[in-house]
Design a protein around this ligand. Structure first.
Ligand SMILES: [Zn+2]
Length: 286
């Protein structure tokens, strides 16, 4: 069993410095999903808002878009099967899910300063996860903004897919999503390193440290220029129309937050503490 928590440390902003690609590497876990789409249930409670459900969807969608961008940029189709279906407990609850997202009022104990926690167990022989993988995110009593929830969720979903942490803090054009210190005031995307690491994991490279080849530039993948294939990522689509309408304000929100962030907001960071392994199942928490 392997366990670790994501801790939040309030610190002064760290100046962005382009990362050296020479040492860009990421750890991958001992499990991978064998069937898609992932069935993700967002369990709404008094510490969550509709905005947070949208943020979770944005986080998952950013992964799918980044993977699609990677697929088209580097001719590697090994991850094209990754997809998801999203359920929200107060709209279309289901008992048939394999990823559960929950919200906490405050930073998650133990220890304090933990803003996100993902727990995954898997069979060490078959490398299959034992559902559900759980993702817990603090909302600071529903005061956290959507960008914060989106970024924490995106980092946590990286672990949910099977990634560990990346070694560099920054890519060449922005923060590294899977670094153990997390920048919360910027719009983040998975990096080429993150998706390359996933590609290696899903080709069977378990529990390894994966190095980004020199042939692949180390950068955030963003959404790319190739339109991704259409897919039904939401079930019961019509009932989500009110939620989806609010997505339109995201570009404005992002611009405002980025400006604020560049002015005077301290960068918030997170770190993780591993616990001892056991030999039957493995657990990954962030
Ligand atoms: Zn983490």
């Amino acid at each position: 069993m392997l366990a670790a928590e994501l801790l939040l440390a309030h610190s002064q902003a760290t100046a962005f410095v382009g990362a050296a690609t020479m040492s860009a590497s990421i750890n991958v876990e001992g499990f991978r999903w064998n069937s898609f789409p992932l069935r993700v249930l967002v369990d709404m409670n008094e510490w969550s808002t509709q905005d947070y459900a949208v943020a979770v969807r944005e986080a998952l969608d950013s992964w799918v878009r980044s993977i699609w961008n990677y697929t088209n940029s580097f001719n590697d189709t090994s991850l094209t099967m990754i997809s998801y279906v999203l359920y929200v407990s107060d709209i279309n609850r289901t008992n048939d899910y394999n990823v559960l997202v929950t919200f906490a009022a405050s930073e998650i104990d133990p220890p304090s300063n933990t803003v996100g926690l993902t727990t995954a167990r898997w069979n060490v022989q078959t490398h299959e996860p034992l559902p559900p993988v759980t993702v817990n995110i603090t909302t600071y009593s529903a005061t956290a903004d959507r960008l914060f929830i989106r970024n924490v969720a995106m980092h946590e979903f990286g672990h949910t897919f099977g990634l560990g942490h990346a070694s560099p803090q920054n890519t060449l054009d922005g923060p590294e999503l899977m670094y153990y210190l997390s920048s919360r005031n910027r719009v983040l995307y998975p990096s080429t390193l993150d998706v390359y690491g996933l590609a290696m994991l899903y080709k069977g490279m378990y529990s390894k440290t994966v190095q980004l080849p020199a042939s692949i530039p180390y950068k955030m993948l963003s959404e790319g220029t190739v339109p991704r294939p259409t897919s039904d990522c939401w079930e019961d689509w019509p009932r989500y129309v009110p939620l989806l309408g609010s997505i339109a304000i995201i570009p404005v929100l992002v611009l405002v937050l980025r400006k604020l962030g560049h002015k005077n907001k301290p960068e918030q960071a997170a770190e993780e503490t591993p616990l001892p392994p056991d030999d039957l199942t493995s657990v990954r928490n962030i």
